[in-house]
Design a protein around this ligand. Structure first.
Ligand SMILES: [Zn+2]
Length: 64
């Protein structure tokens, strides 16, 4: 699973499920970061209070 971090809005998206409602397209490219690093994601959520995007995370929560 690859994640897209939006540092401007402090939100975390799952690239597989990201869609137009995620609204990161307006964020400057240099404020966006791609990562596979779960430890980094967890740190951003806990330490930096980043939020997981509800649009792509709801989709990913569905059973396959
Ligand atoms: Zn999203």
């Amino acid at each position: 699973m690859q994640y897209l971090i939006d540092h401007e809005k402090k939100s975390i998206h799952r690239t597989t499920y990201a869609n137009d409602r995620c609204n990161f397209h307006k964020t400057d490219v240099k404020e966006r970061e791609f990562t596979h690093n779960m430890g980094y994601i967890e740190k951003l959520k806990i330490v930096e209070k980043y939020k997981e995007c509800e649009h792509c995370n709801l989709l990913s929560a569905k059973p396959i």
